[in-house]
Structure formats: C-alpha cells, structure tokens
Unconditional design. Structure first.
Length: 278
C-alpha cells in the first residue's frame, strides 16, 4: 500500500518540476485596411433590392478579440460607362458605409470603387455578375455522422451559355462555393447539412441565398473559407495569412489592402424547418 501511494506522488513531483513555461513572441504586423465591398442585387424581388454596403476595418493580430473599425474614410463608386458618382457615408460611425442616394448596380456597366484613407487611395473595379434562381429548396430526411444534422436539398437550373460560379450563404456563417464544370446547362441539385454546432433550433425559419460570382471571386472565397473556417466569424475575423483581393493601393503599392470588390446578382429562398424526429 505504501508503494502504491509513494510512486504516484514521486511521478507528480517529477512532472511538476519538469514543467517549463515557454514564451513565444508573435510578430505584430502593421494593420492593413480591410475592404469588404461585396454587393448583392436581389433581382427576383419586387421591387429590386440592392445590398451595397462598403465595410472598412483594420486587420488585427490573430489572437485579438476585437476588430478595429474605420470611420474616417472617403468612399465613392464611379460608373465608368457614364461617369456618374455615387457617394457613401458612415452615418452610424460603425465602419459600414452606405450610399447617400438610391443605388442599384446596372447590367453591362463597370464600376470603380474608391476609398481614401490616411492620405492613401485604394481602388477596385467590378461589374454585376448574373445568376439564376432557385427552382426549389426542401428539408430532407438524411443525416451524416451524428444523426442530428438537418438536410437541405437545393434545386436550380444552370445557364448553359457560359461557365458559372456560385456562392451559397446558408446563414450562421456557413458558406459554400460551387462551379458548373460537371453540370453546365443542366437541372442540378445537391444537399447541405446544418451541423449540431450551428445551433439551428427546430422549428425554425431560414433564408438561403445563392449568388452568381466571378471565377476570381470563387477562388478568393474558397481560400477565405479554408483559412477562416465555417462558422468562424465571416470575412473580418483574423486569418493566418494575408489574403489579397482585387483592390489596390494606387498611392503606395507596398501598403496593399485586404478584401474584395464584387457585385453579384442573388436569389433567396425562405424555408420553414420542422423537427422530423417527432
């Protein structure tokens, strides 16, 4: 009995005295301007609705819990087809800049985004990307590993006249990118599963969004998802490396920004989810 008591105490003593605290100095990079100008035109709504907010933040260290906002920038959009300028303002001082007049991005027009911050000018160009509409969205019966997942079955018809790239927003910071390489011009359907950590309480109503995107934005967003992780807080959470978009610093190219300027048509579908186990 004595040996059985002494041995664990001796091991605990050895392990305790072998502990060593190692301090790791992480490099503090200078903050970068982060520009999220992902516009959406809900073309299937009557009247048409456009979400055209330019979100400005500063990049933060990886372990920071807060992300600094930028409220003292000048932001405007120029329609390069006719020279029309749309000014944006941050009325709520929260880093979210909205157009001061009604603005619905037009077809076949190229727009230039300009952000002036700390004496430097940032620019990016984008044109509206067309999209299709949902044919249907259903709640399925299948599950994955835990048995607690909720299946959504999505149906739509792809445009066979061009190569299409899609971004799906399932809420709860769940995004999915898709290209039509293997179903160009076809009626297509696939399943998405809400996981237990998404905390979807049943019954519940969810709104699914499908946007048409460029090939470049498709690649960018796939990298963004792989770095940030699903449900990880969205595009503004700190990520392990700098993810360059299509916006450049025309004043000082070494002080490049992060983020993207993109204009997409989007369709939404609202669905009531029920508890099928009852």
């Amino acid at each position: 009995m004595k040996k059985a008591i002494i041995i664990p105490i001796l091991i605990l003593f050895i392990l305790t005295n072998c502990e060593k605290v190692v301090d790791v100095d992480l490099p503090n990079a200078a903050p970068k301007l982060v520009i999220d100008a992902s516009f959406e035109v809900l073309f299937n709504e009557v009247p048409i609705i456009a979400n055209t907010i330019v979100k400005l933040r500063l990049s933060a260290d990886y372990f920071n819990e807060t992300i600094p906002t930028v409220t003292n920038a000048t932001v405007f959009i120029t329609n390069l087809a006719n020279g029309t300028v749309i000014n944006f303002s941050d009325a709520n001082l929260d880093g979210d800049y909205e157009p001061t007049t009604s603005f619905i991005p037009e077809d076949n027009s190229e727009y230039e985004l300009t952000v002036v911050y700390n004496g430097e000018t940032y620019k990016g160009n984008a044109s509206k990307i067309k999209s299709t509409t949902f044919t249907n969205v259903l709640q399925g019966d299948d599950t994955l590993f835990s048995g607690d997942e909720i299946e959504l079955e999505l149906f739509f018809t792809d445009d066979g006249n061009k190569d299409d790239y899609y971004l799906f927003d399932f809420t709860k910071n769940n995004f999915f990118t898709l290209e039509d390489r293997f179903f160009n011009g076809s009626n297509y359907n696939f399943s998405f599963f809400y996981r237990e950590e998404d905390k979807i309480e049943l019954p519940s109503n969810v709104t699914i969004k499908m946007s048409g995107i460029t090939k470049e934005y498709f690649t960018y967003f796939r990298l963004l998802i792989s770095q940030s992780g699903q449900g990880g807080g969205g595009p503004f959470q700190p990520v392990p490396s700098s993810l360059l978009g299509n916006i450049v610093n025309t004043t000082n190219d070494e002080n490049f920004p992060l983020g993207y300027f993109h204009i997409a048509e989007a369709d939404t579908f609202s669905l009531d989810l029920i508890d099928k186990t009852k």
